[in-house]
Design a protein around this ligand. Structure first.
Ligand code: NAD
Length: 474
């Protein structure tokens, strides 16, 4: 059993003022594996005060000093890679390959930000003005459970690179990962108060951060519903807000696509992170004339997807993170059936051979209309919908007929044609004939998938405020 009873404020591990204990589960066994003592609003206030005290000195550090700190943070996370990997598998249920990727991502983001920082011009000329790109202030960073360590590190790296100090509110369901990340980052020797980590509930610690006049900027990754509440709560202090929210991403197969190449990629995009991915390609848009061929190939491809024990290297889809998430996914599968979609793979219940664990059968529906709930709402589980279209214009219209706009995938034998379609999709990223990620490229959503961008230069500028100096003679 893990007992986590410290938070991190002002450079020290301290006992929270909050007294609530929160159970941690292993999603593969449904067993309680530990408890975490949660911070409360008073702890959040202490953390904000520490970050505020640390801001004046840290905001004046040189780029080289910040690069050195980010490098030490990278090295410290690398040194704890095995522990972090074990925590991700135990507490989140990520399959081995995904867990390794997540572990590497948590350290890699520091190097990505260092690369951006080395090239970034903090004092560009614009007209006759010298523009100082100035750190915005104390940043509040709020993370979800589906990539907790990666988002703590990614958001913190960008905030520190800009010269901001930070208060981090990780997901309360990810306390094992948070403990390891916090211990590692502590070893990196940042000045006290530069970053503070307070695990607590969203409606207490999160709300305190969002409402505080001493927080200048909130970067939030999570659900669209909570994101909208954050915008409302942040309005009183007009703080800067970056939101990375949900998605309902289309994978568009143009009629010349080679399904043998494209379909495995699309299946990977759909079941990425066990389906608990904001960028999951969950709507498969297929030319009506090739539907039968596509369906047969999907059914065959699903046979190779193993939903099961995350510690088994053969597993590609792990359990859902919680009972609540499992119930939610099961509810959507039922809803799809009730709404008249045709199940061609998977369905309700656990995969064969499993009596416990929050496992879901990799599920694919055919005959889905884009107005059905399974095509409109983010399920956040391994459930895909095949939607037929007639002609490229129809495909583009269906792809854009969604409140979301985070990611899209386009597959075609003709790259120029795929590009023309990609240019008309309203999404923050469109991957063409690939599942490419680039840490220098902006990441974020159109429409209700968010506000602003993370990664690369735009991710850094999310923590900067431009100040134009006019009238200088030089
Ligand atoms: P969530 O919105 O329930 O919680 C996210 C975080 O916000 C948690 O730390 C939670 O404690 C906190 N929170 C909750 N209420 C709050 C409040 N009132 N004020 C401040 N903070 C509050 O989301 P989740 O269930 O943890 O994560 C799943 C969601 O995250 C999905 O919708 C998914 O699409 C989204 N997501 C988006 C991205 C992206 O980059 N776009 C990445 C991963 C996950």
């Amino acid at each position: 059993m893990h007992t986590i009873d410290h938070i991190y404020i002002d450079g020290a591990f301290v006992t929270p003022h909050g007294e609530e204990r929160f159970d941690l589960f292993n999603p593969a066994t449904e067993e309680v594996i530990g408890t975490v003592r949660l911070a409360d609003a008073e702890d959040a206030r202490q953390a904000i005060a520490a970050a505020k005290r640390a801001f004046p000195a840290f905001s004046r550090t040189t780029i080289e000093e910040r690069i050195a700190l980010l490098q030490r943070m990278h090295d410290a996370i690398v040194a704890r890679e095995d522990d972090l990997f074990a925590a991700i598998v135990e507490e989140y249920g990520a399959p081995v390959s995904r867990g390794r990727w997540m572990t590497g991502h948590a350290s890699g983001v520091f190097l990505d930000v260092i690369a951006t920082l080395r090239e970034y011009d903090f004092e560009p000329r614009m007209g006759s003005a010298t523009v100082r790109m100035q750190p915005v202030g104390v940043a509040g960073l709020i993370t979800p459970w589906n990539s907790n360590a990666g988002f703590i590190c990614g958001k913190l790296a960008s905030a520190l690179a800009a010269g901001c100090t930070a208060v981090i509110k990780p997901s309360e369901m990810s306390a094992l990962q948070t403990r390891i990340v916090t211990e590692a980052l502590h070893e990196a020797g940042a000045p006290a108060g530069v970053f503070n980590i307070v695990t607590g509930r969203g409606d207490t610690v999160g709300a305190e951060i969002v409402g505080s006049p001493d927080i200048a900027k909130v970067s939030f990754t999570g659900s669209t519903a909570v994101g909208k509440g954050i915008v409302r709560a942040a309005a009183d202090t007009l703080k800067r807000v970056t939101l990375e929210l949900g998605g309902k991403s289309p994978s568009i197969f143009l009629d010349d696509a080679d399904f043998a190449v494209a379909l495995p990629l699309a299946v990977m995009a759909g079941f990425n992170n066990s389906g608990q991915a904001c960028i999951a390609g969950t709507r498969l848009l297929v030319p009506r004339a090739r539907l039968a061929e596509f369906e047969a190939m999907v059914v065959a491809a699903i046979d190779d997807i193993v939903s099961g024990d995350p510690s088994d290297p053969a597993t590609t889809v792990g359990p859902m993170v919680s009972r609540k998430q499992w119930d939610r996914v099961q509810g959507y599968i039922r809803r799809g059936i009730d709404d008249g979609a045709r199940l061609i793979a998977g369905g309700e219940g656990r995969p064969d051979g499993y009596a416990r664990g929050w496992l879901v059968k990799p599920t694919v529906f055919a005959d889905v209309r884009n107005d059905m709930a399974i095509a409109r709402e983010e399920i956040f589980g391994p459930v895909l919908s095949i939607i037929a279209y007639d002609g490229d214009e129809d495909a583009i219209a269906i792809a854009n007929d969604t409140p979301y706009g985070l990611q899209a995938y386009v597959f075609s034998a003709d790259e120029a044609r795929a590009r023309r379609v990609a240019e008309r999709i309203d999404a923050g990223r469109v991957a063409i004939n690939s599942l490419k990620h680039d840490p220098k490229a902006p990441f974020g959503g159109f429409k209700q998938s968010g506000w602003g961008r993370e990664y690369g230069v735009l991710g850094l500028e999310a923590y900067l405020e431009p100040k134009a100096l006019l009238g200088l003679s030089g």
